[in-house]
Structure formats: C-alpha cells, structure tokens
Design a protein around this ligand. Structure first.
Ligand code: ADP
Length: 388
C-alpha cells in the first residue's frame, strides 16, 4: 500500500481533489474534481486517464459536504491501494494570524470560521470539508494551507487602503489571494531563470479567478487582489477593480440589494458580463461576435495596465510569468498583454508563444517572459507532509 496525502481544494462551486504519494508529492497518482455544485454536479477523474471504476452520479442539489462524503466513500472503494495518511486543504483566508500552513484543531477551525465574512463564497466550503473529515475520522491529521499566507511578507504600505485608521486597524486591509499558486511558481523559478529568480518578477495567475503578484527574491511585495478576491483584474465572472462609487450608485439610484450586488460583482460581471456569451476564454476566442472581442480586449488591457502599476513596488522588472488556465493556454492573451508592455522591455517570440514554450521572450528582449504551469495541489501536499 502506498502512503498518500489527500489534497482538497473546495471552490465556490467545485471540489478538486488529488492523491499525492508521501515520497513523491509533486506527481499525484490520482486527480479529479466535482464541478457544477448547486447547478449540475459532475464527478470526474483526470488522472489516471484510463480509470475504469464507475464514477458516482450526483444529485442536482448535492452540497459540498455531500460531495466530500461521496468522494471519501469512492476513494475507499476504488483507490484502496492508497493509504491516506493526512488531508491537506486549500483555505482561502488565513487573516492576519495564519502566516503559514496550520495543523487543524478545534481552535483553528473556530478562528477560520470567524474569518468567513471576509471570504463568504469560499471559506464555508473549505471548512465544511474539514469538519466532515474530522467527524468521520477524528484521528486523521488535517492541515490548512492559506491563499493569503504568501502575501504576509508585504510591506504595510502595500496593504493599506486610504481609509480612516480605525478601519485598517480592524483588519480592513489588502490581504491578497492565489498564494499557493505564487508559492509554487516562486519555488519553480530558479530552475528556469537561475539568477533573475531572485530579482524583480511579476507573476500573472490568469484563470477563472485572476490576479498578479509582484515578487522580489521570491517573496510577495504587492498583489492586485485586496480585502477580497474581487479586486484587481477582470476575471471570468468577477468585475475586478471598479470605482466604489458604482456600488453607491447601484444602491442609491437603482435600489439594488446587497445580495443582488454581490451576485452582480461575483457572478455576472467579468468576461461573461462584458461579452454576454461566456466566462471561458476559449469560447470567446472561438466566437466572431464583437462583444467577445471587446471582453478579451478589456481583459488584456486591464492586465497590462495592472502589470505596469505594480512596477513601482519593485523598482524594475526582470521577468514576467504567465500561469493558470488562460496564462498557460491562451497565446492570444499573452501576446495582447505583452504587446502593450514593449516600453518596459517586454517582447515575445511569436512562434515560442504560439507553442506555449516555457521561455517565450524574444532573444534580444531585456525582460524574460515565461509560461509555467502552476501546481497548487503540490504545494498543499508538501506543506502537509512538512507539518505532520
Ligand atoms: P480556476 O482554477 O480559477 O477555476 P483555471 O486556472 O482552470 O481556473 O482556468 C480557467 C480558465 O482557463 C477559463 O477561462 C478557461 O476558458 C481558460 N482556458 C483553459 N484552456 C484554455 C485554452 N486552451 N485557451 C484559452 N483559454 C483556456
């Protein structure tokens, strides 16, 4: 029997999972996901591709708890050759206290529960999986790995909103997210750009959720997401940064309620809202509708503008890294973003970019440009192994 770590990444409507061998945590032996929770849930396995086991059919109203329960039962029956020694969870918010992975205890659960108002769409689902596993097997070690922790190295200046001091002291500051992805990229950089890995690097995590992280010597110095994961770039369904006056207008002039505005900003905006077609970049790229083109153009324009806005936090730029679904796969997005940044020494080689090569900068360009697939699960598995 092989000892493995089960990693669980509970999103707002999905549950991703993987089994990582304790002696080779970078390469999962099994990986899958439940998508479409609360709409049309589907259980799928991507690794190993040849899996023969019948996959469970999920009820339409399947919750995150029920999906976790079904997953654990399915693993017990169909992956019995693997012995789960611990479970590592992605937890979106660690607040000001959790600056690194934490072994789960009742006290930790209570502290994370108190942070739910700061991440209402994610934190309850993260905690639901943790609680369910604790209830099923109280002696199973569990580790929480936070999306916010990577950014705790930032200077207070980069975290501050220009709000009255009492509010900042009360925790209304920029936290930043996607930290597990940034931690993975920071650890992979020296293999690709030995010397520059310790220089000034901006990582563009462009997935359904999207953000940028400015890193110096592999540490976060600034990021585009803020108090919540709504700030910064245009995303699949999220607006990214907007004038806060728009929200006042929606309340005062249009009489919208808080839940309506929350839905508008988190689920009906971004690529989906602008295009009116889809939140998926490949759907927009395949469309000849002018609104699809407009949504892509806005996504790329805003990303290039936010990259430029991070440069003062670094004082220069040695490398730009693209990662996550769009960053890893969409040559068009990378080309459009880089095209607006020629003035800071970014220039890409069109054929290297078209084939999503690891290094896509033109030979004579001053700044390196890379495409590195992220691996948040591996970071969770490694952190879990370290803590247990
Ligand atoms: P998340 O983990 O935040 O759900 P991912 O990192 O999986 O997101 O990225 C999802 C995004 O990647 C979607 O917008 C999807 O359309 C986009 N994407 C995936 N593959 C491609 C591709 N081949 N071309 C363009 N976009 C792609």
């Amino acid at each position: 029997m092989t000892d493995v770590i089960l990693t669980i990444n509970a999103g707002s409507s999905s549950l991703k999972f993987a089994l990582h061998p304790v002696n080779a945590p970078l390469t999962p032996v099994l990986r899958g996901k439940v998508t479409g929770l609360k709409r049309k849930p589907v259980f799928s396995i991507s690794t190993p591709q040849e899996i023969k086991a019948a996959l469970p059919k999920l009820a339409r109203d399947c919750t995150h708890e029920a999906a976790t329960e079904i997953l654990l039962d399915w693993l017990a029956q169909n992956a019995a050759e693997y012995h789960i020694t611990a479970v590592g969870h992605r937890v979106v918010h660690g607040g000001q206290e959790f600056t690194g992975p934490a072994r789960v205890t009742d006290d930790v659960i209570a502290k994370l529960d108190a942070l739910t108002p700061l991440a209402p769409l994610h934190q309850p689902h993260n905690l639901a999986a943790i609680r369910l596993i604790a209830a099923r097997s109280s002696d199973m070690p569990q580790v929480a790995c936070f999306d916010t922790s990577f950014h705790t190295t930032q200077d207070p200046l980069a975290k501050l909103f220009a709000l009255p001091r009492e509010l900042s002291e009360d925790g209304l500051v920029r936290y930043g997210f996607h930290g597990l992805s940034y931690e993975f990229i920071a650890s992979a950089l020296p293999d690709h750009i030995a010397d520059k890995a310790h220089g000034n690097v901006i990582v563009a995590h462009l997935g359904n959720g999207a953000s940028l992280c400015a890193m110096k010597n592999g540490h976060s110095v600034a990021t585009t997401m803020g108090f919540t994961a709504l700030d910064g770039l245009v995303m699949g369904r999220r607006s990214g940064r907007i004038d806060p006056g728009v929200i006042l207008h929606l309340v005062q002039q249009r009489g919208m309620s808080v839940p309506e505005i929350e839905k508008l900003l988190y689920q009906q905006s971004g690529l989906l809202g602008v295009s009116g077609i889809s939140n998926a970049m490949q759907d927009l790229e395949a469309s000849d509708d002018p609104q699809a083109k407009l949504a892509i153009d806005l996504f790329c324009y805003r990303a290039s503008a936010e990259i430029a806005a991070l440069i003062p936090a670094l004082g220069g730029l040695d490398a730009l890294v693209f990662t996550a679904g769009i960053g890893e796969n969409s040559a068009n997005t990378r080309a459009q973003i880089c095209d607006r940044l020629k003035w800071i020494g970014i220039e890409i080689d069109p054929s290297a970019n078209a084939s999503s090569a690891t290094r896509i900068a033109a030979k004579e360009a001053r700044c390196d440009v890379l495409v590195i697939p992220t691996n948040e699960d591996a970071v969770i598995a490694q952190s879990t192994i370290k803590l247990i």
